[in-house]
Design a binder for this molecule. Structure first.
Ligand SMILES: Nc1nc2c(c(=O)[nH]1)N[C@H]1C(S)=C(S)[C@@H](COP(=O)(O)OP(=O)(O)OC[C@H]3O[C@@H](n4cnc5c(=O)[nH]c(N)nc54)[C@H](O)[C@@H]3O)O[C@H]1N2
Ligand SMILES: Nc1nc2c(c(=O)[nH]1)N[C@H]1C(S)=C(S)[C@@H](COP(=O)(O)OP(=O)(O)OC[C@H]3O[C@@H](n4cnc5c(=O)[nH]c(N)nc54)[C@H](O)[C@@H]3O)O[C@H]1N2
Ligand code: SF4
Ligand SMILES: [Mo]
Length: 748
């Protein structure tokens, strides 16, 4: 293989198109460059994509055979038939004894891989599994729930075309979150007609490009944003005409905002009142405002309430469903959708009774749902493409919970912190050795989907996730040849006959859940170049055409049933990614519930109306942000510490003033202690941090081994320091950015 091959970077949700040149050894990435033919990224990459060989070929603890844990804790290799039949038998037994709902499903995809997880509903149905979760339920569920209550449809921000961009607890320069982020940020900064507003206690790379940096005290966003909303009301900057046409519940909101002690709240947040006023007026003056909130507030005090007030700021100024504002997106999957039940109704987790949003149990209650005598407790866990023993709050307690289960199965490419605690570990091909894709398709107006083709052969002994799910569903006796035969017959007559036969199956609710495997086993083998895994995209494409007929038509796929078929063909053959819909901003109003916005969420507005003084945490002189995105962090996807070209040890950032007071210089080691744990790290004093604030990078503290068996660990694992019960009261998301902490110097 001496040709540049298109694929994508898998290190953040942008999934920038890249091209790779495989070396003469047939396995290493000799060269990596941005793919100019990719319709979203157009050649852009950040510094991280160039390091992807470390994921593919680095010291990662790559798995190449199914593993079974022995009673002494060591692992032995077994063959696939043994693995599937033993796992199936044990899942069946647990289901017979405690009900299938006692088997918990976690994960389903990281930043680059959602295609395999799309087949998991079949395994869940086959064993009667009911409860599930993923990383989204430790960050985005507050935003999803509020969005569902206010609009009935999730929305995204059109930063690229906005006059004013507002970043709340988000550092896109490092974390991205929209295509070509660094270039777009620089374009905004250069343009005198546009403005950028950043709420962040840290002077981040993004904040440095901003026109207004509101460098607030950590954890006080709810006060600052409430003050901003109140300034809009006080200074008569509310878009009354627009709201009359598009929103309900304004009077209730105005009544609360009129009472807000604006000066006091700005003082609580420790931001100059004039600066807050100027930033708020800039928002009100703009033709278009696009706002992006992220972990700085979603993993912090009042997270769900902040999501609400943040939306009020741009809704009160009429920034929805217009170019450069927020839009309800099209897409191939229903990511981020929720029914928006009021606080006193809707589905709950079986033990703790925690609110389930978007079908996901809050990550922070999982250990509580296991470590109990409650009869409905989870007895087994199926983990796919996730590392919860490292990535979820309170690692020690997560380890305890996993150890308490009758069965843990992990599907991964590497021997992770979670895999080491499993009874069975099932090895998958890497994301460059199989067909892969994500459902992070949020672009606007032209929305992009990229089915990546394999660029390397998979080693013997691994199986792609769709195959694992098909075998598990078959082993349970839930699907088999009897189901496949009629579909194959129909397929022999053409896709139209197949579509009719498939629609018949969807009418049977039990079989419908097995649809991904039915497609995989029937349509799959007829797809070119071993693209079996793309089979479920056929149904997704039809669905997309049905739901977004105008956008799909504008993207050139025609109308009716044929549009779905053409869209699928384009996805299948478009190696660089394809435009799936060409959306119109007006579609937003058709997607929203009743075409309007509900401003009044009584439970949350009540919190806004009765905000108490923030509590002092005297015993704990610092607030630690546990898990910052930096130039060389990528969740736990990159396990080989050598990929980090800078900041190898993942330093603890501390304000220069605090460091000076403590007599600390760069590289000195300190002990960080929280209510939950303690860890040693080196420090990096910087004037970017506020006094009293500390920050640790995300995703470090992984354990991998050198070929000679030496342990290679770099940095501290943030969740050794976090607590499971430090979480949002509405949706259970963790307060990782607000961990009360202390530091002690360590003698060299
Ligand atoms: N390089 C890199 N990029 C990534 C990832 C990665 O691991 N590495 N991961 C991806 C994933 S999974 C996600 S979810 C996104 C997350 O992306 P971001 O949310 O942008 O990332 P963070 O750095 O965790 O947090 C954002 C900011 O919150 C600020 N912050 C801390 N406390 C507060 C506070 O009290 N108030 C406010 N307003 N801000 C506060 C921090 O200083 C930080 O700048 O990044 C994605 N992109
Ligand atoms: N304290 C603290 N904790 C945090 C955060 C924080 O800011 N602070 N951030 C949180 C956030 S926002 C997120 S999104 C989570 C992310 O945490 P997780 O959801 O656990 O996901 P990743 O770290 O991305 O790990 C993905 C796993 O997929 C595996 N993998 C890679 N490719 C494949 C493949 O092709 N197939 C399979 N089966 N597996 C594969 C990797 O080896 C890895 O084990 O971390 C969270 N944890
Ligand atoms: S890590 Fe960088 S190159 Fe990779 S997808 Fe994200 S923005 Fe693109
Ligand atoms: Mo995330």
């Amino acid at each position: 293989m001496t040709e540049w091959q298109p694929t994508a970077c898998i290190l953040c949700e942008c999934n920038c198109g890249i091209q790779v040149l495989v070396g003469p050894d047939g396995r290493s990435f000799d060269k990596i460059r941005g793919d100019k033919l990719h319709p979203a990224s157009a050649g852009y990459t950040c510094n991280k994509a160039l390091q992807l060989d470390h994921y593919q070929n680095g010291r990662t603890g790559r798995l190449t055979a199914p593993l079974r844990r022995r009673s002494d804790g060591s692992f032995e290799e077994i063959d696939w038939d043994t693995a599937i039949s033993e796992i199936s038998e044990r899942l069946t037994r647990i289901g017979a004894e405690y009900g299938g709902e006692s088997i918990f499903y976690y994960g389903g995809g990281g930043q680059g891989n959602h295609l395999g997880g799309a087949y998991a509903p079949a395994t869940m149905a086959a064993y009667g599994m009911r409860y599930r979760s993923s990383a989204l339920a430790q960050e985005k569920t507050g935003d999803f729930w509020v969005g569902a209550r206010m609009a009935g449809h999730p929305v995204r921000a059109d930063i690229e075309h906005a006059e004013v961009s507002l970043f709340v607890g988000k550092n896109p320069y490092q974390s991205h979150g929209f295509p070509r982020a660094r270039s777009v940020l620089k374009e905004i900064a250069r343009d005198p007609e546009r403005a950028m507003i950043v709420l962040d206690p840290v002077r981040t790379e993004t904040a440095e490009l901003a026109d207004f940096h509101l460098q607030l005290r950590p954890g006080t966003d709810v006060y600052l944003l409430t003050a901003m909303a109140a300034i809009l009301v006080r200074d008569n900057l509310v878009a009354f005409d627009w709201l009359a046409d598009h929103a309900d519940g304004l009077d209730e909101v105005l009544a609360v905002l009129r009472q807000v002690p604006i000066e006091k709240y700005c003082a609580t947040a420790d931001v100059n009142l004039d600066l807050v006023t100027a930033a708020t007026h800039r928002i009100a003056r703009a033709e278009s405002v696009a706002a992006l909130e992220d972990l700085g507030v979603q993993m912090n005090r009042y997270s769900t309430v902040v999501s609400y007030v943040e939306k009020l700021v741009w809704l009160l100024t009429g920034n929805l469903g217009k170019p450069g504002t927020q839009y309800a997106f099209s897409g191939l999957a229903a990511l981020g959708h929720d029914r928006g039940h009021p606080a006193d109704s809707g589905p709950r987790s079986p033990v703790v009774g925690a609110r389930i949003v978007s079908g996901l149990v809050p990550c922070n209650v999982i250990s509580e749902e296991i470590l109990t005598d409650h009869p409905a407790r989870y007895r087994a866990m199926f983990v796919e493409s996730a590392n919860p023993a490292h990535s979820l709050a309170d690692s020690a307690r997560m380890r305890e919970a996993l150890a308490a289960l009758d069965l843990v199965v992990v599907v991964d490419v590497a021997m992770t912190e979670t895999a080491r605690l499993a009874h069975y570990v099932l090895p998958a091909p890497t994301q460059f050795e199989k067909y892969e894709a994500t459902f992070f398709n949020f672009e606007f107006p032209r929305n992009i989907f990229h089915l990546r083709h394999p660029v390397l052969p998979a080693p013997e002994g691994v199986l792609p996730e769709p195959e694992i799910h098909a075998r598990l569903a078959e082993a349970a006796g839930a699907v088999g040849e009897d189901d496949y035969a009629p579909l194959r017959e129909a397929l022999a007559q053409g896709r139209e006959a197949f579509a009719m036969a498939f629609l018949g199956i969807l009418a049977d609710r039990r079989k419908a859940k097995l649809a991904p495997v039915l497609l995989y086993r029937t349509l799959g083998p007829t797809l070119p170049d071993g693209a079996d895994a793309a089979a479920m995209l056929w149904a997704a494409a039809y669905n997309c055409a049905r739901k977004n007929p105008r956008g799909v038509e504008r993207a050139g796929y025609g109308t009716g049933l044929e549009a779905g078929e053409r869209l699928f063909e384009a996805i299948l053959t478009g190696k660089h990614g394809v435009v799936i819909t060409d959306d119109d901003v007006d579609e937003t109003w058709k997607r929203l519930r009743d075409g309007r916005v509900q401003l009044h969420i009584p439970e949350l507005l009540e919190v806004v109306a009765t905000l108490p003084e923030p509590d002092d945490q005297d015993e704990w002189p610092y607030v630690l942000a546990a898990g910052e995105r930096r130039a060389f962090t990528a969740n736990t996807i990159m396990r080989d510490p050598h990929w980090r070209r800078r900041d190898g040890g993942g330093a603890l950032r501390i304000s220069a003033a605090d460091a000076q007071r403590l007599g600390l210089s760069a590289g000195d080691r300190v002990r960080v202690t929280t209510r939950r744990g303690t860890t040693e790290v080196e420090v990096e004093p910087t004037d970017r941090m506020r006094p009293g604030h500390l920050s640790l990078p995300n995703g470090l503290g992984l354990t991998v081994f050198d070929p000679d068996g030496t342990v290679l660990t770099s940095g501290a694992a943030p969740n050794e320091l976090t607590e499971y019960d430090s979480r949002d009261e509405w949706v259970g998301t963790p307060w990782h950015k607000y961990v009360p902490a202390r530091i002690d110097t360590v003698d060299a």
